[in-house]
Design a protein around this ligand. Structure first.
Ligand SMILES: [Zn+2]
Ligand SMILES: [Zn+2]
Length: 108
């Protein structure tokens, strides 16, 4: 995979959540969302560990439930090399963005 997008840190993620990510649960409390980064258009995967669900309780007080319907913050972790990426950054194009939860909720 190749991309002409340059590495660029977006410290203010776009306010419109992307809705094109595919969600799947890959184990107890582990959720993945895979889709196209809105900045560089590479495929990237965001992984959440030890998520908790309101609908599957009990929940840990003070820890937000994953299925609260709110968009999830993500950073681009695409495997593509982007020009100008600092050596200490292993992957991604520097973009951060919000991923909208699936319409049916994240009760995977
Ligand atoms: Zn990207
Ligand atoms: Zn990329």
């Amino acid at each position: 995979m190749s991309s002409t997008a340059r590495y660029r840190v977006t410290d203010r993620p776009a306010t419109v959540p992307v809705t094109t990510f595919l969600w799947q649960s890959t184990g107890a409390g582990r959720v993945e969302a895979t889709g196209e980064c809105p900045e560089c258009r590479c495929v990237t995967t965001r992984v959440w560990e030890q998520v908790q669900y309101v609908t599957k309780g009990p929940t840990v007080p003070g820890k937000p439930a994953f299925d609260d319907g709110a968009p999830k913050y993500a950073r681009c972790h695409c495997p593509t090399w982007h020009v100008d990426r600092p050596a200490e950054i292993p992957d991604g194009c520097g973009a951060s963005f919000w991923i909208a939860p699936p319409p049916q909720g994240v009760s995977l």
